[in-house]
Design a protein. Structure first.
Length: 280
C-alpha cells in the first residue's frame, strides 16, 4: 500500500519553483502529488527580486514552507536541492515530514564547507561591502564552471536565463554561521526521525561530496548514494534519469510509492536498517 504520495520540492540558490520541469513530471509518474513552491520573492521578475531578496533570512524560507506543509492533509515527503537541503532539514526539525530526500546538500553549521571549488564559486559575493544585506546575483562564469560543469552548453544557457538573485543574508547565516546570533543553520538532528536519502555526485563542485557524506551520518535512518560523474544539477540534464531512478527505488523500499514485491525487490535494493553508501 502507498503510505504517502505528497512531496514538496525545495529548490536551491538562484532558482524558483519552475526549475523542476521534467524532474517534477518524473515524480508525478511515480505516483506523487508534487508541490513546487518558490522561496520568498524568488517568483518575482529579476529586478523586483533583486530589490527585495537581500535581507530575507533562512527562517523566512523555513517558516513559509512549514506553513505550506502544515496546510496539507498529511505529512509529505520533502525533497531539497543544494540550499534547499539545508532549509529542508530546518523544516523537518520544526514540523513532521514523512521522509527527506537531499540532493547535493548545502552544509548545516556542524559541517566543514570551505573547499576550494566552493570558495571559487561563491567567494566573489563575500568580497562586496555589505554582502550580508545585499542580493546575490548569479555569475555566469562561476555557475557554468562549478554548478553545471558536466552539462551541455545549450542547457547551461537555458538554466542560467531563468535564474534570479539570492539573499545575501541567507548566505551569511549559512557560510558565516558563527556570526549569526539566531543560529539559523544549526539543526537539532535528534528532532528528525524520518528516513533520509542523500544523493551526491562525484563531480559536484558546488557542494563537495564530503558534505553529503557528513549529512547522511547525522541521521540514523539514512541512505547515501553517489552518482558517478554527476555534477550539481541532479534535477536536469545528463543525470536527471539516474537521480529519478534512485529516488524511485528508495521510495518503493520505504513504501512511499508503488509496491515492493519479490519480483522487483532486486531492482531496488535490500532493506538495511541504518546508514549505508554505494556508488550508482
Amino acid at each position: 500500500m502507498v503510505l504517502n504520495r505528497e512531496i514538496v520540492l525545495i529548490h536551491g540558490t538562484w532558482c524558483d519553483g519552475n526549475v523542476w520541469g521534467e524532474f517534477a513530471t518524473g515524480l508525478r509518474q511515480m505516483g506523487y502529488k508534487v508541490h513546487t513552491p518558490s522561496f520568498r520573492y524568488h517568483d518575482l521578475p529579476y529586478q523586483e527580486c533583486l530589490a527585495k531578496v537581500g535581507t530575507v533570512t533562512l527562517q523566512d524560507y523555513r517558516d513559509d514552507l512549514v506553513a505550506l506543509i502544515e496546510s496539507l492533509d498529511q505529512p509529505p515527503l520533502i525533497l531539497g536541492h543544494s540550499l534547499g537541503c539545508l532549509v529542508a532539514q530546518m523544516v523537518a526539525e520544526k514540523t513532521e515530514v514523512a521522509g527527506m530526500i537531499l540532493m547535493g546538500p548545502a552544509p548545516t553549521a556542524d559541517i566543514f564547507a570551505f573547499y576550494p571549488t566552493m570558495l571559487a564559486c561563491f567567494g566573489k559575493h563575500f568580497l562586496r561591502w555589505g554582502f550580508w544585506k545585499k542580493a546575490m546575483p548569479p555569475y555566469k562564469k562561476e555557475f557554468f564552471k562549478y554548478c553545471m560543469n558536466e552539462q551541455e552548453e545549450s542547457l547551461k544557457e537555458e538554466v542560467f536565463a531563468d535564474l534570479v538573485p539570492e539573499s545575501g543574508k541567507v548566505y551569511t547565516q549559512m557560510a558565516l554561521h558563527w556570526f549569526d546570533k539566531t543560529k539559523a543553520a544549526y539543526v537539532d538532528f535528534s528532532q528528525i526521525s524520518c528516513p533520509v536519502l542523500v544523493i551526491s555526485g562525484t563531480k559536484d563542485k558546488m557542494t563537495h561530496p564530503n558534505i553529503a557524506r557528513r549529512t547522511a551520518k547525522n541521521y540514523r535512518d539514512s541512505v547515501l548514494v553517489s552518482l558517478t560523474g554527476a555534477d550539481h544539477m541532479y534535477e536536469s540534464g545528463k543525470f536527471q534519469q539516474k537521480t529519478l531512478k534512485v529516488i524511485k527505488g528508495w521510495s518503493q523500499q520505504n513504501g512511499f510509492c508503488g509496491l515492493v514485491t519479490k519480483h522487483n525487490q532486486k531492482k531496488v535494493w535490500k532493506v538495511i536498517p541504518a546508514f549505508f553508501s554505494f556508488v550508482f
